[in-house]
Write a protein that binds this ligand. Sequence first.
Ligand code: ADP
Length: 296
Amino acid sequence: MTQGTAQVLAGPPAAAALLDEARRRAARLPRPPHLALVRVGEDPASVSYVRGKAKKASEVGLSSHVHALPGDTTQADLLALIGTLNAEPAVSGILVQLPLPAHLDPEPVLLAVNPAKDVDGLHPANTGALWNAHEGLRPCTPAGIMALLAHHGVTVRGARVVVVGRSALVGRPVAGLLLNADATVTLAHRVTPDLGAVTRGADILIVAAGQPHLITPDMVRPGATVVDVGINRVPTEDGKGRLTGDVHPDVAHVAGALTPVPGGVGPMTVAQLLMNTVIAAERQHVQPEVTGELVR
Ligand code: ADP
């Protein structure tokens, strides 16, 4: 039997299209949407992520400001900054870079962000809106996955979709978005018996389990679309390590289409963050009372 090679669902062109749309819509607003980036301390990864987000923001015509707080900032001072940003009409979106230093509790901080400015889409008001198919801001990686599928012409409506992983960041919210888009969704996780029997039922398989090569070719229906959300650093002989997904590379011989790691879902997340900032700014423009005093 000759084995096929899956179509590559590349992230960069889909991310570029999303960024183009963000740029176009931002330009229609009376002033550039503004993203407030809050980080505490000097964790090198956080410094680099926040810098990257600010740079991409300026590339699409958004303004941004990095609020870099010292590592010994108190919970009260951090909450006070969030309160100021919530009430500032010129701020369209607020992102608190995680992880916070150990002495700070992230939960009350995320709850304090005005849901209308919650561009990460993780406030319970937004996750509740997502689950009830109401208007709200959607979490970035899940919404980015939907944009990636749409860009490459993958039909979600009516598809049997299996999501492996039920995290708050990816599995749960992507299941909600898929359901809202008329897919039939199965959510599998660590306790699911005979995972392969479940995943073989998928027309579209989305894997966000954080387990290198969890999905092997025998677990995939021939011709299925496979989205690999995993970003795992595995050791190499030279000691540098290399990024690998949750899907075994040989799945490319069975799947009809497959996202690469890196270069698949990864680039979609920041693009969607900026799109969310534009969406937040558009809604605040139409309905200015969602900023400032009325909605906290
Ligand atoms: P992420 O950071 O990708 O969102 P988390 O580490 O927070 O992932 O969560 C991992 C998810 O993957 C959990 O929901 C867990 O149940 C699921 N998972 C982990 N290992 C397996 C496995 N071997 N089979 C099925 N699901 C798994």
